[in-house]
Structures are given as structure tokens and as C-alpha cells.
Design a protein around this ligand. Structure first.
Ligand code: ADP
Length: 178
């Protein structure tokens, strides 16, 4: 799948047309990647977010990117991990799908995800990676947009878990391993 890749980096410096923010339901900023995106985008981002009236877990809303290189930010509140029996996998899959649908609707060609829910929200990374990759790959299989999707991991260790998960589910043979 040449439309998808796993990279290591800081999503606030992304050159994609849109980046995904692992937000909370208030959409008014928070810690982790949310705080970093708001700091890099500047106060106008928070001002636009205030007009949105929050967002339900598993849904997504789009704003401009302001001082970011990315033209848009797609904000999605991921589920808080409570052990896995409170609908977390379905909600996490819904986050990815909602972001991809919104990107497609807006004609966005390049989209960068961060690893939703795997920081403060405590979703175990290997489980989150399985859900994330399945949601992304299922969507790309029958939608021409976005043309390019990347998972931007903050650490090499996280990227390695995503690569291993990819290899487990999507590499048909060793020539296709990441
Ligand atoms: P959540 O509340 O959804 O768990 P966090 O921001 O705490 O959100 O973490 C989500 C993921 O984003 C974590 O895997 C964390 O390592 C990663 N992350 C934190 N800062 C950045 C950044 N600047 N760029 C990319 N990923 C980041």
C-alpha cells in the first residue's frame, strides 16, 4: 500500500494538508499533542474551536491550521481506556473513520494522523495500532481520497509497534514488510 506510511516525528511540523489532533470533547485544548498543536497554531485556533461547541468521542470537526504548515486541523476526541469493555475499540475506529470521511469531503489529499488515545487516555499501543491500521486501510481500500495518509509517531518505539502491527496484518510476504 503505497498510499500509507508510518513515520517518526512531531506532527506540529507536518507538511500534510491536514493533521489530526487527539483532542478532548471540549475542543478547548489540553495536554500532549493537543497542547503542542494549539501552541504551534497560535491563539486563533482556540478562538475557532470555541465556536464549535465541543465534539463527541469518536466524531471529528475541522478547523483551519493558522500558523501551522498544515492548512487544516481535524480534531477528534478519542476514547479513554477503561479496560476495553466500554466500547473503546469501536470508538477509536470511529475516530479514524470520521477524520478520513471529513478529509475526503473537503477534498484533502494528504492527511497525517497522530496515535489517538495512546497518551494520557491510556489506550494500550499495540491494541490501538491494530484498530487504527484496520480503520485506515479499510477506508483507503475503497476511497480515492486522501491520496496519502501517514501515521506520525512521536517516538521510534511507537513507530516500531505500528510497523510490527502492519507486518502482522498487512504484509502478505517479507518483501512487503515495513
Ligand atoms: P490522548 O489524550 O488521545 O491519549 P495524547 O496527546 O496524550 O492524547 O497522546 C496521543 C499520542 O500523541 C501519544 O502517542 C503521544 O506520544 C503522541 N504525541 C504527543 N506529542 C506529539 C507530537 N508533537 N507529534 C506527534 N505525536 C505526539
Amino acid at each position: 500500500m503505497d498510499r500509507f506510511s508510518i513515520v517518526v516525528g512531531d506532527i506540529t511540523g507536518s507538511d500534510a494538508e491536514a493533521i489530526v489532533n487527539a483532542a478532548n470533547t471540549t475542543l478547548l485544548g489540553g495536554s500532549g499533542v493537543d497542547g503542542a498543536i494549539h501552541a504551534a497554531a497560535g491563539p486563533a485556533l482556540l478562538a475557532e474551536c470555541r465556536t464549535l461547541g465541543g465534539c463527541e468521542t469518536g466524531r471529528a470537526k475541522l478547523t483551519a491550521g493558522y500558523r501551522l504548515r498544515a492548512k487544516y486541523v481535524i480534531h477528534t476526541p478519542g476514547p479513554i481506556w477503561h479496560g476495553g469493555d466500554r466500547g473503546e475499540p469501536a470508538l477509536l475506529a470511529s475516530c479514524y473513520r470520521s477524520c478520513l470521511e471529513l478529509a475526503e469531503e473537503r477534498g484533502i489529499r494528504t492527511l497525517d494522523f497522530c496515535s489517538i488515545s495512546t497518551g494520557v487516555y491510556g489506550y494500550p499501543l499495540p491494541l490501538a495500532a491494530t484498530v487504527a491500521l484496520r480503520a485506515i486501510m479499510d477506508f483507503l481500500a475503497d476511497h480515492p481520497l486522501p491520496e496519502r495518509v501517514r501515521m506520525v509517531c512521536h517516538t521510534e518505539a511507537a513507530a516500531e509497534i505500528y510497523r510490527q502491527t502492519w507486518n502482522l496484518w498487512y504484509a502478505a510476504d517479507k518483501d512487503h514488510r515495513l
